[in-house]
Design a protein around this ligand. Sequence first.
Ligand SMILES: NC(=O)c1ccc[n+]([C@@H]2O[C@H](COP(=O)([O-])OP(=O)(O)OC[C@H]3O[C@@H](n4cnc5c(N)ncnc54)[C@H](O)[C@@H]3O)[C@@H](O)[C@H]2O)c1
Length: 246
Amino acid sequence: MKKVGIIGCGAIGTLIAEAVGNGIVKCDGLILYDYNNEKADQLARSLTIPVKVVRSLDEMIKLKPSVIVEAASQQAAKEYIRRILKGDIELIVMSVGALLDLDVRSSKIHIPSGAIGGLDAIASAALAGISEVVLTTRKNPKVLDMNNREEKLVYEGTAREAVKLFPREINVAAALALAASPEKVKVRIVSDPKVTRNVHEVKVKWKHGEMLLRFENEPHPENPRTSALAAWSAMRLLREILQRNP
Ligand SMILES: NC(=O)c1ccc[n+]([C@@H]2O[C@H](COP(=O)([O-])OP(=O)(O)OC[C@H]3O[C@@H](n4cnc5c(N)ncnc54)[C@H](O)[C@@H]3O)[C@@H](O)[C@H]2O)c1
Protein backbone atom coordinates (compact mmCIF):
# COMPACT_ATOMS: atom_id res chain seq x y z
CA MET A 1 0.00 0.00 0.00
CA LYS A 2 1.53 3.28 -1.12
CA LYS A 3 0.29 6.18 0.92
CA VAL A 4 1.29 9.83 0.57
CA GLY A 5 1.33 12.22 3.50
CA ILE A 6 0.72 15.91 2.91
CA ILE A 7 1.69 18.46 5.56
CA GLY A 8 -0.04 21.75 4.81
CA CYS A 9 -3.43 21.78 3.10
CA GLY A 10 -3.13 25.20 1.46
CA ALA A 11 -2.55 26.13 -2.18
CA ILE A 12 0.15 23.55 -2.97
CA GLY A 13 -1.16 20.77 -0.68
CA THR A 14 -4.59 21.04 -2.28
CA LEU A 15 -3.26 20.86 -5.86
CA ILE A 16 -1.19 17.79 -4.98
CA ALA A 17 -4.16 16.07 -3.31
CA GLU A 18 -6.28 16.86 -6.38
CA ALA A 19 -3.57 15.34 -8.60
CA VAL A 20 -3.91 12.11 -6.61
CA GLY A 21 -7.69 12.39 -6.91
CA ASN A 22 -7.61 12.67 -10.69
CA GLY A 23 -4.94 10.01 -11.25
CA ILE A 24 -2.03 12.26 -12.29
CA VAL A 25 -0.23 10.88 -9.24
CA LYS A 26 -0.99 7.23 -8.46
CA CYS A 27 -1.09 6.03 -4.86
CA ASP A 28 -3.44 4.08 -2.61
CA GLY A 29 -4.42 6.83 -0.23
CA LEU A 30 -3.63 10.17 1.32
CA ILE A 31 -2.85 11.22 4.89
CA LEU A 32 -3.49 14.91 5.52
CA TYR A 33 -2.17 17.13 8.30
CA ASP A 34 -2.56 20.85 8.80
CA TYR A 35 -2.22 22.62 12.15
CA ASN A 36 -5.34 24.44 11.12
CA ASN A 37 -7.62 21.38 11.50
CA GLU A 38 -10.39 22.92 9.42
CA LYS A 39 -8.10 23.18 6.34
CA ALA A 40 -7.34 19.44 6.46
CA ASP A 41 -10.99 18.51 7.11
CA GLN A 42 -12.19 20.74 4.28
CA LEU A 43 -9.69 19.27 1.79
CA ALA A 44 -10.58 15.71 2.86
CA ARG A 45 -14.29 16.44 2.29
CA SER A 46 -13.58 17.63 -1.26
CA LEU A 47 -11.80 14.41 -2.28
CA THR A 48 -13.27 11.10 -3.44
CA ILE A 49 -10.16 8.96 -2.81
CA PRO A 50 -9.27 7.19 0.49
CA VAL A 51 -8.11 9.93 2.89
CA LYS A 52 -7.17 9.90 6.55
CA VAL A 53 -6.91 13.21 8.40
CA VAL A 54 -4.46 13.23 11.32
CA ARG A 55 -3.97 15.77 14.09
CA SER A 56 -0.21 15.52 14.49
CA LEU A 57 2.93 14.68 12.58
CA ASP A 58 3.59 11.69 14.86
CA GLU A 59 0.21 10.25 13.93
CA MET A 60 1.13 10.64 10.24
CA ILE A 61 4.51 8.93 10.71
CA LYS A 62 2.85 6.00 12.55
CA LEU A 63 0.68 5.37 9.46
CA LYS A 64 3.91 4.81 7.47
CA PRO A 65 3.38 6.81 4.29
CA SER A 66 5.89 6.03 1.50
CA VAL A 67 6.41 9.74 0.89
CA ILE A 68 5.60 12.92 2.81
CA VAL A 69 5.25 16.26 1.04
CA GLU A 70 5.96 19.28 3.24
CA ALA A 71 3.85 22.11 1.82
CA ALA A 72 3.44 24.21 4.94
CA SER A 73 6.13 26.73 5.94
CA GLN A 74 9.83 27.14 6.66
CA GLN A 75 9.09 26.82 10.36
CA ALA A 76 7.23 23.54 9.77
CA ALA A 77 10.10 22.19 7.67
CA LYS A 78 12.63 23.09 10.35
CA GLU A 79 10.54 21.46 13.05
CA TYR A 80 9.56 18.27 11.18
CA ILE A 81 12.39 17.25 8.82
CA ARG A 82 14.51 15.30 11.32
CA ARG A 83 11.47 13.51 12.75
CA ILE A 84 10.35 12.43 9.27
CA LEU A 85 13.83 11.18 8.36
CA LYS A 86 13.96 9.15 11.59
CA GLY A 87 10.80 7.41 10.35
CA ASP A 88 12.77 6.39 7.21
CA ILE A 89 10.26 8.13 4.92
CA GLU A 90 10.98 9.86 1.61
CA LEU A 91 10.41 13.61 1.97
CA ILE A 92 9.68 16.35 -0.56
CA VAL A 93 10.45 19.78 0.89
CA MET A 94 8.59 22.75 -0.63
CA SER A 95 9.77 25.34 1.93
CA VAL A 96 13.29 25.10 0.57
CA GLY A 97 14.53 28.18 2.43
CA ALA A 98 14.54 26.12 5.64
CA LEU A 99 17.28 23.88 4.24
CA LEU A 100 19.81 26.73 4.09
CA ASP A 101 19.75 26.88 7.90
CA LEU A 102 19.56 23.17 8.67
CA ASP A 103 22.57 20.93 8.62
CA VAL A 104 20.77 17.83 7.39
CA ARG A 105 21.88 15.64 4.55
CA SER A 106 19.94 12.60 3.42
CA SER A 107 19.19 10.82 0.18
CA LYS A 108 15.57 10.76 1.41
CA ILE A 109 15.23 14.57 1.08
CA HIS A 110 13.98 15.65 -2.34
CA ILE A 111 13.88 19.24 -3.55
CA PRO A 112 11.55 20.09 -6.43
CA SER A 113 12.64 22.63 -9.02
CA GLY A 114 9.68 24.68 -7.76
CA ALA A 115 8.74 27.87 -9.55
CA ILE A 116 11.75 27.73 -11.89
CA GLY A 117 13.78 25.15 -13.83
CA GLY A 118 17.27 24.66 -15.19
CA LEU A 119 18.73 23.74 -11.80
CA ASP A 120 20.40 20.71 -13.39
CA ALA A 121 22.38 22.99 -15.75
CA ILE A 122 23.28 25.38 -12.93
CA ALA A 123 24.42 22.54 -10.65
CA SER A 124 26.52 21.15 -13.53
CA ALA A 125 28.10 24.57 -14.11
CA ALA A 126 28.77 24.86 -10.38
CA LEU A 127 31.06 21.83 -10.58
CA ALA A 128 33.25 23.65 -13.10
CA GLY A 129 32.97 27.01 -11.33
CA ILE A 130 30.29 29.66 -11.17
CA SER A 131 31.29 33.28 -10.74
CA GLU A 132 27.80 34.72 -10.21
CA VAL A 133 24.09 33.92 -10.18
CA VAL A 134 21.70 36.88 -10.20
CA LEU A 135 18.02 36.24 -9.56
CA THR A 136 15.61 39.08 -10.34
CA THR A 137 12.08 38.35 -9.14
CA ARG A 138 9.25 40.67 -10.19
CA LYS A 139 5.88 40.50 -8.53
CA ASN A 140 2.82 42.68 -8.58
CA PRO A 141 2.78 45.09 -5.58
CA LYS A 142 -0.39 43.42 -4.26
CA VAL A 143 1.47 40.11 -3.90
CA LEU A 144 4.14 41.90 -1.84
CA ASP A 145 1.55 43.80 0.26
CA MET A 146 2.66 47.10 -1.34
CA ASN A 147 0.89 49.80 -3.32
CA ASN A 148 3.66 51.49 -5.38
CA ARG A 149 2.61 52.81 -8.78
CA GLU A 150 6.09 52.83 -10.28
CA GLU A 151 8.53 49.93 -10.39
CA LYS A 152 10.37 49.73 -7.07
CA LEU A 153 13.41 47.71 -5.97
CA VAL A 154 12.26 46.17 -2.70
CA TYR A 155 15.32 44.13 -1.86
CA GLU A 156 18.84 43.52 -3.07
CA GLY A 157 21.17 41.18 -1.24
CA THR A 158 22.18 37.58 -0.65
CA ALA A 159 20.03 34.47 -1.05
CA ARG A 160 20.64 33.53 2.58
CA GLU A 161 19.26 36.87 3.82
CA ALA A 162 16.44 37.00 1.24
CA VAL A 163 14.90 33.71 2.39
CA LYS A 164 14.85 35.02 5.97
CA LEU A 165 13.29 38.38 5.08
CA PHE A 166 10.82 36.94 2.54
CA PRO A 167 10.22 33.36 3.77
CA ARG A 168 7.10 32.84 1.65
CA GLU A 169 8.13 34.65 -1.53
CA ILE A 170 11.60 33.61 -2.43
CA ASN A 171 11.98 29.81 -2.30
CA VAL A 172 13.48 30.14 -5.77
CA ALA A 173 16.52 31.87 -4.26
CA ALA A 174 16.97 28.95 -1.87
CA ALA A 175 16.72 26.40 -4.70
CA LEU A 176 19.38 28.33 -6.65
CA ALA A 177 21.57 28.60 -3.56
CA LEU A 178 21.45 24.82 -3.12
CA ALA A 179 22.20 24.20 -6.83
CA ALA A 180 25.13 26.67 -6.96
CA SER A 181 26.22 27.79 -3.51
CA PRO A 182 24.57 30.36 -1.21
CA GLU A 183 27.53 32.80 -1.46
CA LYS A 184 27.27 32.99 -5.29
CA VAL A 185 23.57 33.89 -5.47
CA LYS A 186 22.50 37.55 -5.49
CA VAL A 187 18.82 38.35 -5.23
CA ARG A 188 16.81 41.35 -6.43
CA ILE A 189 13.09 41.61 -5.65
CA VAL A 190 11.13 44.18 -7.66
CA SER A 191 7.59 45.32 -6.91
CA ASP A 192 6.30 46.03 -10.42
CA PRO A 193 2.73 47.21 -11.15
CA LYS A 194 3.21 46.28 -14.84
CA VAL A 195 3.37 42.54 -14.12
CA THR A 196 0.46 40.30 -13.22
CA ARG A 197 2.55 37.11 -13.21
CA ASN A 198 5.39 36.13 -10.88
CA VAL A 199 8.47 36.65 -13.08
CA HIS A 200 11.81 35.07 -12.22
CA GLU A 201 14.89 35.89 -14.31
CA VAL A 202 18.10 34.04 -13.57
CA LYS A 203 21.47 35.10 -15.02
CA VAL A 204 24.43 32.82 -14.50
CA LYS A 205 28.08 33.49 -15.35
CA TRP A 206 30.23 30.40 -15.17
CA LYS A 207 33.61 29.13 -16.30
CA HIS A 208 32.56 28.15 -19.81
CA GLY A 209 29.67 30.46 -20.64
CA GLU A 210 26.58 32.28 -19.51
CA MET A 211 22.93 31.31 -18.97
CA LEU A 212 19.75 33.34 -19.01
CA LEU A 213 16.55 31.70 -17.76
CA ARG A 214 13.18 33.43 -17.52
CA PHE A 215 9.92 32.16 -16.05
CA GLU A 216 6.57 33.96 -16.12
CA ASN A 217 4.27 32.07 -13.77
CA GLU A 218 0.56 32.54 -13.19
CA PRO A 219 0.03 33.07 -9.47
CA HIS A 220 -2.14 30.54 -7.64
CA PRO A 221 -5.62 32.14 -7.27
CA GLU A 222 -5.82 31.31 -3.55
CA ASN A 223 -2.25 32.20 -2.71
CA PRO A 224 -0.79 34.67 -5.23
CA ARG A 225 2.65 34.36 -3.60
CA THR A 226 2.77 30.81 -4.92
CA SER A 227 3.12 29.91 -8.60
CA ALA A 228 1.17 26.94 -9.92
CA LEU A 229 4.41 25.62 -11.45
CA ALA A 230 5.74 24.97 -7.93
CA ALA A 231 2.89 22.54 -7.22
CA TRP A 232 3.28 20.85 -10.62
CA SER A 233 7.01 20.38 -9.97
CA ALA A 234 6.16 18.64 -6.68
CA MET A 235 3.64 16.38 -8.46
CA ARG A 236 6.23 15.37 -11.06
CA LEU A 237 8.77 14.57 -8.35
CA LEU A 238 6.19 12.69 -6.29
CA ARG A 239 5.25 10.52 -9.30
CA GLU A 240 8.91 9.75 -9.89
CA ILE A 241 9.57 8.76 -6.24
CA LEU A 242 6.44 6.56 -6.10
CA GLN A 243 7.41 4.81 -9.34
CA ARG A 244 10.96 4.25 -8.07
CA ASN A 245 9.76 2.70 -4.77
CA PRO A 246 7.44 -0.18 -5.66
N1 LIG B 1 9.77 25.52 -3.73
C1 LIG B 1 9.09 26.50 -4.34
O1 LIG B 1 9.43 26.95 -5.45
C2 LIG B 1 7.89 27.06 -3.68
C3 LIG B 1 6.99 27.85 -4.40
C4 LIG B 1 5.87 28.34 -3.75
C5 LIG B 1 5.69 28.10 -2.39
N2 LIG B 1 6.59 27.38 -1.70
C6 LIG B 1 6.47 27.15 -0.25
O2 LIG B 1 5.64 26.02 -0.02
C7 LIG B 1 4.95 26.19 1.22
C8 LIG B 1 3.43 26.02 0.99
O3 LIG B 1 2.99 27.01 0.08
P1 LIG B 1 1.44 27.30 -0.13
O4 LIG B 1 1.33 28.32 -1.19
O5 LIG B 1 0.71 26.01 -0.27
O6 LIG B 1 1.06 27.98 1.28
P2 LIG B 1 -0.40 28.19 1.91
O7 LIG B 1 -0.23 29.31 2.88
O8 LIG B 1 -1.43 28.29 0.87
O9 LIG B 1 -0.65 26.82 2.73
C9 LIG B 1 0.17 26.43 3.81
C10 LIG B 1 -0.65 25.54 4.74
O10 LIG B 1 0.21 24.97 5.71
C11 LIG B 1 -0.36 25.07 7.00
N3 LIG B 1 0.74 25.14 7.97
C12 LIG B 1 1.60 26.17 8.17
N4 LIG B 1 2.49 25.86 9.13
C13 LIG B 1 2.20 24.60 9.54
C14 LIG B 1 2.77 23.73 10.51
N5 LIG B 1 3.82 24.09 11.26
N6 LIG B 1 2.21 22.50 10.68
C15 LIG B 1 1.14 22.11 9.92
N7 LIG B 1 0.56 22.90 9.00
C16 LIG B 1 1.08 24.13 8.81
C17 LIG B 1 -1.22 26.33 6.96
O11 LIG B 1 -2.27 26.26 7.91
C18 LIG B 1 -1.73 26.32 5.52
O12 LIG B 1 -2.97 25.66 5.39
C19 LIG B 1 5.32 27.59 1.75
O13 LIG B 1 6.40 27.49 2.67
C20 LIG B 1 5.79 28.30 0.49
O14 LIG B 1 6.72 29.34 0.76
C21 LIG B 1 7.67 26.84 -2.32
